[in-house]
Design a protein. Structure first.
Ligand code: HEM
Length: 397
């Protein structure tokens, strides 16, 4: 048994964009193996694409973090809050997730694209104002873009972003203890509870108002559940795309021929975004599940009560699913990648994330054709959260 406190290998600073080399070895030699994540919690690590899909689609694997021995991100996590459906199984998961479906359909998110383009234009305008030629891309673009988008969708005032970005970060930081997480949750839930109450009295055209009017008032979800749902979206909406975006920029700047292909043929962008999602797989901490019955995976019997960790970054580099998987190829058909997970819990925000990247990346490279990194990748500080990314990205143009 190998010990990797507190997680299986985290991404390395160099080469930064690739999963740790152990994953390739394990995938070919021991595609299901035990790892110790903390204390005596030793889930099975799954590294092959085929097995990852099978586990994530199998109802005998539960996402319910209240099970004894669940392989959570930390030895001590605060108890699950109402509405946090990503840690639930059906029927509660189904009931709560269903509430969001109308707001996250492909069509609904397509309608947000003009607003996203406007946001990008304004952010780029601010970034280049007064003849500026350098910026921290995370602060100036990669964080405000998803933040403004999720605020617009939810109906949360962006002026409060310093407050809720701090809470979102405390939630997902791997160094947060249960006390800090509880404090962040309390602050965020109080804030969102007041906002929900206000929207119930003065509805607007946003998700919080629809939650208040169509779901809480009808008794379909309780007030604490509605607050939990809103907080889940606010946190997930920040901590994912904001990390994906700078890594995508670094990847393209380090592969100038790929970037040149995109400049020459802008029609390649949607496929390039899928390839970047596959190649970078920012949800690097493994999707966590626990077996509720004995299940055979890759020839090994996983017993009821044993945890599993699905290593998406290893599955997305599996040569049996993707030819030459370590190569970034914007012309590749990356369909079937698992960057958004698979099965019941597959990312509900994926259309929004795609739209943000498909609008935000070309807007950036069009406006700043000379974009370059001003510090070497070795000097980047990684975000030590459940999602892989960099804290800041100094760029010039
Ligand atoms: C679930 C990745 C953007 C909201 C997930 C899961 C992954 C993921 C891997 C599955 C978790 C599991 O099965 O345990 C990503 C990536 C993103 C992104 C890579 C951006 C590049 C977003 C955005 C939102 C969002 C923008 C919100 C607006 C959620 C929610 C879930 C989820 C609520 C839980 C779904 C469920 O349990 O049914 N995401 N996500 N995500 N994501 Fe995302």
């Amino acid at each position: 048994m190998t010990t990797h406190p507190p997680h299986p290998p985290l991404p390395t600073l160099r080469p930064l964009l690739d999963p740790s080399p152990e994953y390739a070895k394990w995938r070919s030699e021991e595609p299901i193996r035990r790892v110790t994540i903390w204390g005596d919690n030793s889930p099975w690590l799954i590294t092959r694409h085929e097995d990852a899909r099978a586990v994530l689609a199998d109802p005998r694997f539960s996402a319910d973090a209240t099970h004894d021995g669940f392989p959570g991100f930390r030895p001590q996590s605060p108890p699950r809050a109402p509405g946090q459906f990503f840690m639930m199984d059906p029927p509660d998961h189904t009931r709560l997730r269903r509430v969001l479906i109308p707001d996250f359909t492909f069509r609904r998110i397509e309608q947000l694209r003009p607003a996203l383009a406007r946001i990008c234009g304004e952010l780029l305008g601010a970034m280049t104002a007064d003849g500026a030629t350098t910026a921290d891309l995370v602060k100036a673009y990669a964080l405000p873009l998803p933040s403004l988008a999720i605020c617009e969708l939810l109906g949360v005032p962006y002026e409060d972003h310093d407050f809720f970005q701090r809470q979102a970060n405390a939630f997902s930081s791997l160094s947060s203890g249960p006390k800090e997480m509880m404090a962040a949750r309390k602050a965020l839930h109080t804030y969102l509870g007041e906002l929900l109450d206000r929207r119930a009295r003065e509805p607007a055209d946003d998700l919080l108002s629809r939650l208040a009017r169509d779901r809480v008032a009808t008794g379909e979800v309780s007030v604490p559940e509605a607050v939990g749902i809103a907080s889940l979206l606010l946190v997930a909406g920040h901590e994912t795309t904001a990390n994906m975006f700078p890594l995508a920029v670094v990847a393209l700047l380090r592969h100038p021929a790929q970037l040149a292909a995109l400049r020459a043929e802008p029609g390649l962008w949607p496929g390039a975004v899928e390839e970047l999602l596959r190649h970078l797989t920012v949800a690097h901490s493994g999707l966590r599940r626990i077996a509720t019955e004995d299940v055979e995976v890759a020839g090994v019997r996983v017993r009821a009560g044993e945890g599993v960790l699905v290593a998406l970054q290893a599955a997305n580099r599996d040569p049996s699913a993707f030819t030459d998987p370590d190569t970034l190829d914007v012309r590749r058909d990356a369909a079937g990648h698992l960057a958004f997970g698979h099965g019941l819990h597959q990312c509900i925000g994926q259309s929004l994330a795609r739209a943000e990247l498909q609008v935000g990346l070309p807007a950036l490279f069009d406006r700043l054709p000379g974009l370059r990194l001003t510090v070497p990748p070795e000097d980047f500080t990684l975000t030590m959260t459940t999602v892989h990314g960099v804290r800041s990205l100094p760029v010039g143009w």
